[in-house]
Design a protein around this ligand. Sequence first.
Ligand code: SAM
Ligand code: SF4
Length: 336
Amino acid sequence: MEPALIDPFMRAVTYLRVSVTDRCDFRCVYCMSENMKFLPKKELLSLEELDRMCSAFIGLGVTKLRITGGEPLVRRGIMTFFQTMKRHLDSGALKELTLTTNGSQLEKYAEELVACGVKRINVSLDTLDEEKFAGITRWGRLPQVLRGIEAAQAAGMRVKLNAVAVKGFNEDELFTLQEFCAKKGMDLTFIEVMPMGEDMSEAARLGQYWSLKDLRDTLETRFSTTDLSESTGGPAHYIRINETGQKIGLIQPLSHNFCESCNRVRITCIGEIYTCLGQEGHMDLRPALRDNPGSDAPLIAAIHTAIGSKPKGHDFDYSRKRTDGQMSRHMSHTGG
Ligand code: SAM
Ligand code: SF4
């Protein structure tokens, strides 16, 4: 048995998020530029390499695996990957296999995902207005996503909606989104816009920032809320709406530091490990994987080295009205 992954701050790493592609069928304004240049396909980890990478982490004590991107469900052959990962659920080594998706392909894949052991998924949806949806995603179509959500629920998956809180864009839909989720029995999480990617001016980013503290204040003009102490191993802080019993998650990387309990690391679609979403520091695991097709020992050693340098926390900070801690890479690179 390999020793578990413990970082220098004594945090056990048990949650792995893997980006399986940098491509996407949407171009959300806060995530991608309109003319994204994608990586050459040969740079991407193959499905077999993704399997080896994830299996190595599971062997090192990772119990939760989240597949993301880009849009994970546009990666060719991705269902083969989910099918092979199921063996780790069957063995009990993996407790949860899940994904974050824009929902566009769910109508097609919901049943297959359930057959692969996926029980819960996160669907990203910022607005229920067709025109606004087309605007913020540039290429997306709302009815397709809504059908995807229906299909996921009909197949038996629990769906959680993730909405990025964007000032002047979906502030007026707070109660519409909350009611939609209450009706459909879905949890709802709001995410503060993070400063990712270089193509947006600083002024535009600061303009987009809608603090979740303000969002909660607005919620409390209609409802009373209670803080919940539970944690799902993710960065969200949960509150309950007392009148509806609904649970609302708040992910506040900018105004609320959640690094003390961080249990996760990220792998990009080309096999780099980022041990902190908010730091540029990373290590390339691909040579250890590609140069040693017959042995995982070098990969395992490289993973231990990377975890040994996991930083204490991130540096995002808008408090001085500058986008301090801004990083040049796009969210689709590390997979949100
Ligand atoms: N395509 C999938 C989706 O949209 O769910 C998975 C990848 S996407 C990069 C993962 C999450 O990151 C989405 O919920 C998206 O809204 C969020 N995201 C992207 N850019 C962001 C940003 N600049 N700040 C905060 N969240 C962002
Ligand atoms: Fe694609 Fe998701 Fe980024 Fe939107 S947030 S462009 S759906 S990867």
